[in-house]
Design a binder for this molecule. Sequence first.
Ligand code: HEM
Length: 146
Amino acid sequence: MRYSAIAVALVTMLALAGCQSMAETTDPSETLYQKLGERSGIANIVEDLLYLIVEDDRINEQFRGVDVRQFHTNLTDQLCELSGGPCTYSGRKMRESHSDMNVTDTQFNALAENLILAMEQNNIATGAQNRLIKKLVPLYPQIRNL
Ligand code: HEM
């Protein structure tokens, strides 16, 4: 399946990037949502992600004119909900909001890469990074409009 290849690529990328974080403590009783710092921690990650998007010429054109505040709120709620937190995503369906963008594999991976960087900047353990990225894999065909 095509998007399992994307998952493998993302997981490989994370494994390679992850060595530096191996000394981080892991508390098995913490949920993914807690490991991400709950909603406020996720909001910080998304804020840093937005700065990285603006700097990234692979994707920043697509975001021109976007309502940043709304995007921040919706993506924070989405990641909060996906990670098992008490949030309800109230934005549009992924297929709908990305339908006329022709998002490429390179762009999808660029966004995932920036999300990983933003999580690194917020000292999120590599295992938690992997788990969040894994939750995004099912969104791939919707965002790519496949
Ligand atoms: C894992 C990948 C992605 C996730 C989880 C994601 C998530 C989201 C979410 C939650 C929204 C808000 C939708 C709404 O307000 O109703 C959104 C909007 C948007 N996304 Fe994505 N997205 C992803 C990939 C991408 C990529 C690769 C691009 C382009 C390079 C992109 C471009 C946009 C743009 C421009 C909007 C704003 C649309 C608008 O307000 O009209 N997204 N995305």
